[in-house]
Design a protein around this ligand. Structure first.
Ligand SMILES: O=C(O)[C@H]1O[C@H](OP(=O)(O)OP(=O)(O)OC[C@H]2O[C@@H](n3ccc(=O)[nH]c3=O)[C@H](O)[C@@H]2O)[C@H](O)[C@@H](O)[C@@H]1O
Length: 423
């Protein structure tokens, strides 16, 4: 028995020591665990911070993308507005090169004249109030050393130095000139006085753009320049018809009194690319209506007639008249005449599609027949139109087709919304 007790004592001591070691070991291990879980906690905290960083970086990246996109757009728009290369212009020495002012040079006719005179090597200054003209029309010349664009309303005097002046400033489409008849009269009276005054001061040659509308609703057919016309002086078209008649009167009064060199072009219905989508005249209306399979609107019976000339023929005629020695009025137009009904069929056939021709109410004082007698132009300028109606219309249809891709046209509201950003 005495031998058993020490054995038990030994076992108890052994157990005590073992348990104590185990306890210390466990304690130690627990300590490690606690520490390592703290470290994990720190890692976790770091993990929590990381998404914030990513979020922040993403915001910055998106911001950078937006800025790059804006810059790219700006570059595209600048490249579009200021071409790196200009069309080749002829070189003229200082004796041949003229400095030419075109009032209304950003309009339909004016901008085509700009192209011709620039290509010939002259210096061209355009003065336009952008009432119906558009910078877009002369965009290809912006920045060219021979070209200058002035935002100026010719109702106010203009003081510059030039050798020749083409005075084209005036709204020309009936809905445009009737929209603000007083302004139309001012442009054709005060505007013409300012132009003639400038020409007198500079001893410059001046060409005034007049119109077939000075013949009004003619009772002589076709119309020679010697015909005095049949105009209602108080009708809705009077602002334009009478405005242009006064413009002509002023021109010949100045010429006689001040011994000036003047030219007067009586322009008949003209069409072609660069016409405003919202021009409102028959050519642009019918083409746009046909292209969009909308109804083709004939005003009145459609038996009234017009004779249509292509823009390049007119431009050639204007320059030939300016360069001639002939100072009396000259008709510039195509003598091939069509009724408006025939014209609707021509457009329908050319464009195709399923547009219906509808007759709507007639326009007050609408001239019933119009066709130029171009004997004078042939004799004194050796000019006659060259472009066939179908050929000219094909180019014009193609132009409007492209315009429709760029703009949404809403004829009812008479405005259109750009599909692309215009600066
Ligand atoms: O170019 C000319 O000689 C002159 O004539 C035009 O006047 P207008 O001939 O009445 O021009 P449009 O508006 O094109 O009208 C031509 C004919 O088509 C008709 N029309 C016009 C638009 C339309 O949608 N439907 C339609 O039947 C008119 O009633 C008119 O009988 C312009 O007023 C002038 O700028 C220009 O000087």
């Amino acid at each position: 028995m005495t031998q058993v007790i020490p054995k038990v004592k030994h076992i108890a001591v052994f157990l005590f020591v073992t348990l104590t070691v185990l306890f210390i070991l466990l304690k130690f291990l627990h300590g490690i665990e606690v520490n390592s879980s703290d470290e994990n906690k720190n890692d976790a905290t770091r993990d929590l911070k990381f998404p914030e960083d990513v979020q922040h970086a993403t915001i910055m990246l998106n911001d950078a993308y937006r800025k790059i996109e804006a810059l790219e757009e700006k570059i595209i728009s600048l490249e579009g507005r200021v071409p790196k290369t200009y069309p080749d212009v002829r070189f003229l020495n200082y004796l041949q090169r003229k400095r030419i002012l075109i009032t209304g040079g950003a309009g339909f006719v004016g901008s085509h004249l700009v192209d011709k005179l620039m290509l010939e090597g002259h210096e061209v200054i355009v003065a336009d109030n952008f009432y119906t003209g558009r910078k877009l029309n002369v965009e290809q010349w912006l920045g060219h050393e021979n070209f200058e664009l002035i935002h100026h309303d010719i109702v106010n005097p203009l003081y510059i130095e030039v050798d020749e002046i083409y005075h084209l400033a005036s709204p020309a489409s009936p809905p445009h000139y009737m929209h603000n008849p007083v302004k139309t009269i001012k442009t054709n009276t005060l505007g013409t006085i300012n132009v003639l005054g400038l020409a007198r001061r500079l001893n410059a040659k001046v060409l005034i753009a007049s119109t077939s509308e000075v013949y009004g609703d003619p009772d002589i057919h076709p119309q020679p320049e010697t015909y005095w016309g049949h105009v209602n002086p108080i009708g809705p078209r009077a602002c334009y018809d009478e405005g242009k008649r006064v413009s002509e009167s002023l021109t010949y009064a100045y010429a006689k009194q001040e011994n000036m060199q003047v030219r007067v072009a009586r322009i008949f219905n003209t069409y072609g690319p660069k016409m405003h989508m919202n021009d409102g005249r028959v050519v642009s209306n019918f083409i746009l209506q046909a292209l969009q399979e909308d109804v083709i609107t004939v005003y009145g019976s459609g038996d009234q007639t017009r004779s249509f000339q292509y823009i390049s023929d007119l431009i050639e005629g204007l320059v030939m008249l300016m360069n001639s020695n002939y100072s009396q009025p000259v008709n510039l137009g195509n003598p091939i005449e069509h009724t408006i009904n025939e014209f609707a069929t021509i457009i329908k056939t050319l464009v195709g599609g399923n547009s219906k021709v509808v007759h709507v109410s007639e326009v007050e004082d609408d001239p019933q027949r119009r066709r130029p007698d171009i004997t004078r132009a042939k004799k004194y300028l050796n000019w006659e139109p060259k472009v066939d109606l179908n050929e000219g219309l094909e180019k014009t249809v193609e132009y409007f087709r492209q315009e429709l891709k760029k703009f949404k046209y809403t004829p009812r509201n008479k405005f259109f919304i750009s599909n692309r950003h215009h600066p």
